[in-house]
Design a protein around this ligand. Structure first.
Ligand code: SAH
Ligand code: SF4
Length: 410
């Protein structure tokens, strides 16, 4: 097998490549960027090499941001030549990048043909007691099938899952953006935190997201602390249980409503997995903790929609709903987008909602909006998409009705 690599679909879970790839120049090369250590070890064994090469190559890719095998100096010339022939290290194509005055950075990646084949990644820096934090908000799908009524991604509909190299490629690119001018030997990883809160529902692209998060945690790659990798879900209950078995990362739940009636409207997957099931799954996730603190709590995300879910009775319902779930609540001021049927709750309204929850003993924070000058608010990516459905219009009617009811109730 000197000039051919045979890669079974089994060992390349979720990767896009042909199953038998003759190493002619025209053949599609195997992209190593999105392979977990286990996959890379299998790959090296399959091409007749020692599996420890996997760790070496991973370090070059994810710690030194090298894409050219010629620069991998601890690998023999012969093996480098072989690798060059059959594989590549390729991040998704950046079609747009924007670096904001406040340090926020945004990338738009092309992940296919056609106007809609774009995904976004945002990096948000912040100072905290541990120093400078750089949090990267990563996308997992092109569009999203779940159609939450306040979400611009949902309005695009679902196009496709991202592959592992497209997911980890976002982290790779963000790190590389700080190291481009730095000599290879001096390069470092800059991104300190990852939140799977970009476009898409990560638990509906489970295998690719899981192997990407394994690369994030792997000491041969990004070596991130499990507390600093957060997966956000709108509540795909069976997959929350699976996640608990497969990996130890922080969990965030997009709650957004404290009762089933309202949540069915805002987060339609609630009709399939209602609140009682969701809260129970969160409790199981925390209970699964065999060791330390990653799973002491879940983060509850709650977008503040004026006149919709921001009333005192909603805060009271939250208190009841979450009373047996160790949680930290993050109130998110709604980010408007074109044709959005909602408004952002006023600052006072958000603060008084926060106070009710804090007084009841919850840790409750308000998310800072950042990167406004580059339209880079997390959770509202590719903001300028056309509403391809008539859903926004229908929602607008419902919201107007609800606001009218609230007004007449005084
Ligand atoms: N699909 C996953 C992760 C992506 S959305 C999820 O729903 O959790 C990431 C977060 O941004 C979610 O909490 C989502 O509800 C929130 N979000 C979506 N649209 C938003 C908007 N217009 N304003 C504020 N937050 C929004
Ligand atoms: Fe999908 Fe999350 Fe947007 Fe809902 S909020 S439509 S689950 S990306």
């Amino acid at each position: 097998m000197s000039s051919a690599v045979v890669v079974s679909s089994e060992n390349l879970d979720g990767q896009q490549q042909s199953s038998s790839t003759p190493a002619s120049p025209a053949a599609e090369k195997v992209n190593l960027l999105g392979m977990s250590r286990a996959q890379l070890e299998k790959f090296f064994e399959d091409i007749g090499e020692k599996k420890f090469r996997a760790g070496q190559v991973m370090k070059w890719i994810h710690q030194y941001f090298v894409t050219d095998f010629a620069e991998m100096t601890n690998i023999s010339g012969k093996l480098r030549a072989k690798l060059e022939q059959i594989c590549e290290i390729k991040a998704p194509e950046v079609v747009h990048r924007h670096y904001s005055k406040d340090g926020t950075r945004k990338w738009v990646f092309r992940v296919g043909e056609g106007a809609g084949s774009l995904v976004e990644t945002v990096l948000i820096p912040a100072e905290d007691k541990t120093g400078l934090r750089k949090t990267l908000c990563i996308s997992s799908q092109v569009g999203c099938a779940l159609d939450c009524s306040f979400c611009s991604t949902g309005k695009q509909g679902f196009q496709r899952d991202l592959t592992p190299d497209e997911i980890i490629g976002q982290l790779w690119m963000a790190n590389y953006s700080y190291m481009e001018e730095v000599p290879v030997a001096d390069r470092e990883r800059s991104v300190t935190n990852v939140v799977m809160m970009g476009m898409g529902e990560p638990l509906l692209n489970y295998d690719a997201v899981l192997s990407s998060m394994q690369i994030m945690l792997d000491d041969f790659a990004y070596g991130m602390s499990k507390r600093r990798v957060t997966l956000s879900t709108s509540g795909v209950v069976p997959k929350i249980d699976q996640l608990a078995q497969d990996i130890d990362v922080a969990l965030a739940i997009s709650l957004h409503a404290p009762n089933d009636e309202l949540r069915n409207e805002l987060v339609p997957i609630n009709k399939k997995y209602p609140l009682a099931q969701l809260i129970a799954a969160c409790q199981r996730y925390i209970a699964k903790d065999g060791n330390e603190s990653t799973r002491k709590h879940v983060t509850i995300e709650y977008v503040m929609l004026e006149g919709v879910n921001d009333q005192p009775e909603h805060a009271q319902q939250m208190i009841k709903l979450l009373k047996n779930l160790p949680s930290k609540i993050n109130l998110i001021p709604f980010n408007p987008f074109p044709h959005a049927p909602y408004g952002r709750s006023s600052r006072n309204r958000i603060i008084s909602f926060q106070k009710t929850l804090s007084d009841a003993g919850f840790v409750c924070t308000i998310r800072q909006t950042r990167g406004d000058d580059i339209d880079a608010a997390c959770g509202q990516l590719v903001g300028q998409v056309a509403d391809r459905t008539r859903r926004a219009e229908q929602w607008q009617k419902k919201v107007t009705q609800r606001q009218e009811i609230l007004r007449t109730q005084g």
